[in-house]
Write a protein that binds this ligand. Structure first.
Ligand code: PLP
Length: 376
């Protein structure tokens, strides 16, 4: 049996996404900037995709831009809000994705006048709304709050409504990385105040190499990448038309099924925990388990022993794909900044299992049995 439990790293392509992309790849090779019929058809595909994404997020089409990945979108939100919107203070958390953390590191070097404040996180990775409020009240500087909606390593979520309200009432910009939640949780940007939001195709059963950034109309920024003026001059470079069509299709398909998928994945997660409680009681979990958690991410810890030292390798040779830490360190045994931030005990080893609606309880039973065997 081969089991894929690494859906937080990337997801398999949905069949209707493959079909939609295949049609474009084989027939619509036009450049959306060309004025002839092939170009116009390609332009229509891009703009239809933008409409689909905007409708799902309750945004306007002018607020949606296609990028190469969420890493690019997150870099853009942070770098451009400093350069173009007068942001000189950033509040973030130590559990953000490396594409946010490393951007902030580079800001600290290049732009030392930008103050960077880190929120504390508790042992489950939660930030405190009170501390965020205190930080915002402590200064009149133009502030950007950068917090991810759902953590990709341990699955802990922020209360996006609460954070949004706090930012709005303190006149702060709010950047939210929704890579692990877009299409999976309802996000209504006509009601929830967000200044910048990012998403990525390959986490939602779509293609790699395509991302989006939502930029609220009130905060229009200038380009980070200059060139031929694509994406209304904000993000030049010939449009990745297959990726754009694939992104919109994957978001559309996923959004329509999000409640069913949520329930199915929650059942799988609970089945894992029920079986583990019986067969491997020494197993523990990182991150929230009762509320504000991503059902598809289950971060498991086991005691560190000689046997569990090579656990990722052993799971792999038994056909089970999981991850030791975050997506970008998948398979590596490197320590994780998230586990460090939540002060995960050093005598335990963490494995991230991340599920999709395509997984089955049989795969979970198989994995639990293999885990048990390896740990014996
Ligand atoms: N943000 C989060 C929360 C992620 O999980 C990832 C991918 O692991 C990214 C950002 C980066 O996304 P991309 O691969 O599109 O650059």
């Amino acid at each position: 049996m081969r089991v894929y439990f690494d859906n937080a790293a990337t997801t398999p392509l949905n069949a209707s996404v493959i079909q939609a992309m295949h049609d474009v790849m084989t027939l619509e090779y036009g450049n959306p900037s060309s004025i002839h019929s092939k170009g116009r058809t390609a332009r229509t595909l891009v703009e239809d995709a933008r409409k689909t994404v905007a409708n799902i997020l309750s945004a306007s089409t002018g607020e949606i831009f296609f990028t190469s990945c969420a890493t690019e979108s997150n870099n853009m939100a942070i770098m451009c809000s400093i350069r173009d919107l007068g942001v000189n203070r950033i509040i973030s958390s130590p559990t953000e994705h490396p594409c946010v953390l490393n951007t902030l590191k580079s800001v600290a070097i290049q732009d030392p006048q930008v103050e960077i404040l880190w929120l504390d996180v508790d042992s489950k990775g939660n930030i405190s709304a009170d501390q965020l409020t205190q930080y915002l009240e402590a200064s009149d500087r133009k502030t950007l709050v950068s917090l991810m909606h759902g953590n990709n390593e341990i699955g802990t979520m922020i209360d996006i409504e609460e954070v949004s309200k706090i930012c709005k009432s303190h006149n702060a910009l709010f950047h939210c990385d929704t890579v692990q939640t877009i299409g999976k949780f309802p996000i209504d940007l006509s009601k929830t105040y967000v200044s910048f939001l990012s998403g990525s195709g390959h986490k939602i059963y779509g293609p790699k190499g395509i991302g989006i950034i939502y930029i609220n109309n009130d905060n229009m920024i200038k380009p980070l990448i200059n060139g031929g003026g694509q994406e209304r001059t904000l993000r030049s470079g010939t449009e990745n038309i297959y990726g754009i069509v694939g992104f919109a299709k994957s978001l559309e398909v996923l959004s329509m099924q999000k409640e069913d998928h949520h329930n199915d994945i929650l059942k799988l997660r609970n089945h894992f925990k029920d079986q583990a409680a019986i067969k491997i009681p020494q197993l523990q979990y990182n991150g929230n388990q009762e509320e504000l958690f991503l059902p598809h991410i289950l971060s498991v810890t086991i005691p560190k022993t000689m046997k569990t030292d090579l656990i990722m390798f052993n799971l792999d040779i038994n056909g089970i794909c999981a991850s030791a830490g975050s997506a970008c360190s998948s398979g590596s045994e490197r320590d994780s900044h998230v586990l460090e931030a939540i002060k995960s005990p050093l005598d335990r080893k963490t494995i991230r299992f991340s599920f999709s609606h395509l997984n089955t309880t049989e795969e979970i039973d198989f994995t639990i049995d293999k885990l048990m065997e390896i740990m014996e």
